[in-house]
Design a protein around this ligand. Sequence first.
Ligand code: ATP
Ligand code: MG
Length: 406
Amino acid sequence: MNAKEPAAIAAIIPTTTPSTWLGVMGGGQLGRMFAQAAQAMGYKIAVLEPAQDCPAAQVADRHFLADYDDEVALAELATLCAAVTTEFENVSSHSLAFLAERTFVAPKAACVSIAQDRIAEKNFFTDCSPKSKVLPAPHQVINSAADIDSVPENLLPGILKTVRLGYDGKGQARVTTLDELRSAYADMQGVACVLEKMLPLAYEVSVLVARGVDGEAVVYPIAENVHRDGILFTTTVPGPNVSDDCAKRAQDAALSIVGQLGYVGVLCIEFFVLQDGSLVVNEMAPRPHNSGHYTMDACVTGQFAQQARAMARLPLGDVRQHSPAVMLNILGDVWFDGETDQGSDQMREPAWEKIMGLPGAYLHLYGKAEARRGRKMGHITFIAPSLAQAQAQMAKACLLLGIATP
Ligand code: ATP
Ligand code: MG
């Protein structure tokens, strides 16, 4: 892939008469926050999403209510918009390529395709490794039950993951023996899988980078992530466990990977830090990321404003973090006031006014009408002069919301 694009392409400057439009594929919370950030810069936003009252369509200036591969709607979106991006990584690369024949698209279909396929992604990371200095976890592709016979013992215990469409820990099974692997693979109903060696993690980090068409790239401070039940629970920046040396290695690796990918836009790369301090690259998301939400309140340029700048070919914004931050995801669970075996627990709106009474707490709700357990409904970022103060406010919020404190 080309590392550079022609630098002569003009910036897409926001104008009001006529309006300058940016488009986004997908109507979830990432699309909503992208729309809000781009609107603040003066752009009009069009969203293409088949669901009616979705988080992004609630704030968009125009909603194309259509399937992601509806070519009539895609053509209209491309005609209206000076550039189009995506807010979810499983957008069909055919749709992105179709749009790219008609308007500027960032990130490109080829980059998104790699991130959609764990095998392509791991092969790409391996190809990058002479320069990035990081490798993916030891793994083996499992395309058939027969492939299990050749699995080396040193890949067990391991995690079987579907090659496509996994998220929030879905499409994964932990296995310790070949028999467990056989039964887990049978449960995956014949889809392509990859078995990854279970690594001794010390902690997990992610690095958000943004790259413009001219090849200039910026890297945000490294974020330390804690998951609960497979879903991101908190992101803390600076990470309490992260050494300067680890931060530099991860940031250098992320910059190297985004450059080798020839990527344009915001990209997030997840890494594992092992107990011996070594770094392993896990996966990348070709879009702003949940672990980058803290940038909206704690950095000069938030990740969604950065995405708008990159796709509009404007100078990238300052990534400097001005305050230590902790981001807490708000799942639908906090709307339920207790766990019952019958599942008939009462629903109530959480006491947001109390959250807003906490100094340095920024509440973000995504406009989802129905709270469900495990569903991402919003997040709160706590910023403070010191990380300890931000963590103390987060602990208070957990108590107020009935979330078990870390
Ligand atoms: P998401 O898209 O929500 O980030 P995902 O479903 O794509 O998640 P992964 O990030 O690959 O899946 O894995 C989910 C979690 O499982 C990781 O954050 C990590 O805690 C754990 N995990 C995954 N792979 C390994 C591994 N090889 N060794 C140890 N732990 C692992
Ligand atoms: Mg992950």
